[in-house]
Every structure is written in structure tokens, then in C-alpha cells.
Design a protein around this ligand. Structure first.
Ligand SMILES: [Zn+2]
Length: 240
């Protein structure tokens, strides 16, 4: 894989000894790749990512993996508050929901698979810590969105796409508990309130992309329990 260099000034030192154990996927949400790269390299914007993949499969390195790029903002996953500190961020060029959201082309997906496999060979990133920006910031973010093919990525060993069924949650508090086990900052309201619906939307974009409405239909409930079971199994393995 050829990587082009376009250094961004927007990074700083990784705290916590430089441990990297998460991968966060984004879309750029801008009209063009050039516009997105300019912004990610603009010192005034104070945002960046480690890599950007254009729709034609060109991979740009903006920030060295040893440094902390500024891609996730205020975020949370599995108890981790500062996701940037422990993650690699990849931006996928796509206009996003604001400017004409569209499918991620074959060349872009192929490049992402190759880059993702390299990252997993360098860093101990477990499947349940490969996430979308909307997973770690469900109240603010929609990317990479429901057109992103997470199942395809999981087939090449990057991330999670469980297919084994599990008993569905019996009520809303059980749903919230399962979402919390998966990694989301789960509301403790015990109600299907706005915040819980936002988390459900994020979950659906990731694991039930044909229905992104924040509702709790049978299929969404079944997917939540299947993912929760898979994540629990991975965590048990990690503790062993
Ligand atoms: Zn993002």
C-alpha cells in the first residue's frame, strides 16, 4: 500500500505511555477531499486524524501513529473518556449526511481493509474497540453512518459483526445495561428517553443499518443482545 504524506500540525503527545487499543472511523462530511485535507491541516481548525482515505483509494498520512491526533472530541467508549489518547483515527472521504451522503466506493473500502490490517498488526486493538465516531459521541455525531459496510470489514477481521442470536432484553433498563456493556455511555434513566434514543440511533447505524430511527423493534433488540453477548465473550477472553 502506498501512503502519501501530508503532515498536519494538529497533534500532541499521547498520555498514558502511548498505549493504542482503539480504532475510530469517520467520514469527512465535506464537499471535496481537498477541502477536508485543508481543514485537517489548518492549525486554526485544531482537528486532524492519523489517516485520510480518498474515494479512489489514495491513503494520506496526516499524523504519525505515535502522536495523539484530534479526531474524536468529547467522547466515551467502554469507560475510556479520552478516546483520542488511545486511538487511531481514520477519515473516509464522503460528503456525509449534510452534503449528499453516498456509499463508500470499492477502491476506498479495499484501501481501508489493507490499512486496517496493518494497524491491527501493529497495535493490540480488539474487535469491540473498532468503532464509528457516532458510537463514541452519539449525541453529536453521525459518522461514518449507516451506508458504511461494517459487516464487510468484520469479514476481513476488523471489528465486530456478530451473527449468533442471543435472548433479547426484557425491558428498557435491560437494553440500557446491554448498551453499556457494549461500550456506549448508557443513560440510567430506565426510560426510552431522548438520550437513550440517540444511543439507539448510533447502535442502529452500526449494527442494524436498515432501520435508523431510535426505535426498539424486535430486530434492534435482538441485535443488541447478540452484540452484547459477543462483547462479553471478548472481555472474558481478555481477562483470562
Ligand atoms: Zn468524525
Amino acid at each position: 500500500m502506498t501512503i502519501r504524506e501530508r503532515p498536519s500540525p494538529n497533534h500532541d503527545a499521547r498520555p498514558e505511555g502511548g498505549r493504542v487499543d482503539m480504532l475510530v472511523l469517520h467520514y469527512t462530511g465535506m464537499k471535496s477531499a481537498a477541502e477536508a485535507i485543508d481543514r485537517l491541516c489548518d492549525p486554526a481548525a485544531k482537528v486532524s486524524a492519523h489517516y485520510l482515505i480518498d474515494e479512489d483509494g489514495t491513503v494520506w498520512r496526516l499524523v504519525e501513529e505515535s502522536r495523539r491526533a484530534w479526531h474524536a472530541g468529547i467522547s466515551f467508549w467502554q469507560g475510556t473518556e479520552n478516546v483520542n489518547a488511545v486511538s487511531i483515527g481514520i477519515e473516509l472521504v464522503n460528503p456525509g449526511h449534510e452534503w449528499g451522503y453516498r456509499t463508500f466506493p470499492e477502491a476506498q473500502m479495499t484501501a481501508l481493509e489493507a490499512l486496517g490490517r496493518e494497524l491491527l498488526s501493529r497495535h493490540p486493538i480488539p474487535p469491540d474497540r473498532v468503532v464509528g465516531h457516532s458510537d463514541v459521541a452519539p449525541l453529536r455525531k453521525q459518522d461514518p453512518g449507516e451506508l458504511f459496510d461494517w459487516a464487510r470489514l468484520a469479514r476481513v477481521g476488523i471489528g465486530l459483526w456478530p451473527t449468533e442470536p442471543a435472548p433479547p432484553p426484557k425491558d428498557v433498563p435491560a437494553v440500557q445495561a446491554m448498551l453499556g456493556t457494549i461500550g456506549y455511555r448508557a443513560p440510567g434513566s430506565r426510560l426510552l428517553d431522548d438520550e437513550t434514543r440517540h444511543v439507539l440511533v448510533a447502535f442502529q447505524r452500526r449494527f442494524r443499518p436498515r432501520r435508523v430511527d431510535g426505535g426498539l423493534d424486535d430486530e434492534t433488540a435482538a441485535r443488541i443482545s447478540a452484540v452484547e453477548r459477543a462483547v462479553s465473550a471478548l472481555r472474558t477472553l481478555r481477562r483470562a
